[in-house]
Design a binder for this molecule. Structure first.
Ligand code: PEP
Length: 250
């Protein structure tokens, strides 16, 4: 049985009091037994929110990024051993905003995935195509290529700690969502590709999340697709009522 996951990505939002308030509301909420809730929060709140969420079975905290090197002269960066040392369970790697604004290449992302796994972090690996790619009908090959370049060489043990988030860039923060059929088609293509790379068992066990303007009004239908195992949610994860509705949409 694959995990059902509702993951939030707060990006660079929320000052301290608001962040603690939101984390406390979600941390104290009743979460369905079979749903894993993950809060992707800014680095400076990780430790404190981890303490809050640790109280609630099923709610976890995630970093939104990690540096690809172990340590060294990388001013302003945060390493995987640092995240491990404060008990952070998850890290999001390869979000399209970081690929674009921080020039994160597939080769760098491959290193980030490796060092995260080596430090016992669970990885949410993001992939997804631009509108330009989608219009050319090259989205499948594009996403497979992203997966191939950054995670193809992982072992079966590694894959047990990896979740994929398919996030078409044209649907992130735009209000435009992929149709349930479009999401299902891509998730199936990704799962088929995982089968080629890692075999049937791993492909069947790997959770694949959809991301791109998920909200309470569309979550039930999207999460109801056979190959969609939940969502990575930006905007709607920062409103407690909306996110709780999404958590209950499976
Ligand atoms: C995201 O940040 O990964 C995302 C999918 O954002 P939104 O839900 O706001 O489109």
């Amino acid at each position: 049985m694959r995990k059902k996951i509702a993951a939030g990505n707060w990006k660079m939002n929320k000052t301290y009091d608001d962040a603690m308030g939101l984390a406390t509301t979600i941390g104290n909420a009743k979460v369905p037994e079979d749903v894993t809730v993950i809060l992707g929060v800014p680095y400076i709140y990780l430790k404190e929110i981890n303490e809050i969420t640790k109280e609630n079975r099923g709610v976890y905290v995630s970093a939104q990024n990690v540096h690809q090197e172990e340590s060294g002269a990388y001013t302003g960066e945060i390493s995987a051993p640092m995240l491990k040392s404060i008990g952070i369970p998850y890290v999001i790697i390869g979000h399209s905003e970081r690929r674009e604004y921080n020039c994160e290449t597939p080769e760098v992302l491959k290193k980030k995935v490796r060092i995260a796994l080596d430090n016992n972090l669970d990885v949410i690996f993001c992939c997804g195509e631009s509108l330009e790619v989608r219009k050319k009908n090259e989205h499948e090959i594009y996403v497979k290529n992203q997966i191939e370049k950054s995670i193809a060489g992982l072992s079966s043990e590694d894959m047990k700690k990896l979740t994929i988030a398919y996030e078409p860039i044209w649907a992130i923060g735009t209000g435009e969502t992929a149709t349930p059929a479009q999401a299902q088609a891509m998730h199936k293509a990704i799962r088929d590709y995982l089968k080629e790379l890692f075999g049937e068992k791993i492909a069947d066990e790997t959770a694949i999340l959809y991301g791109g303007s998920v909200k309470p009004s569309n979550a039930v239908e999207i999460f109801g697709q056979v190959d969609v195992d939940g969502g990575l949610v930006g905007g709607a994860s920062m409103d407690p009522d909306s996110f709780l509705k999404i958590i209950h949409s499976f």
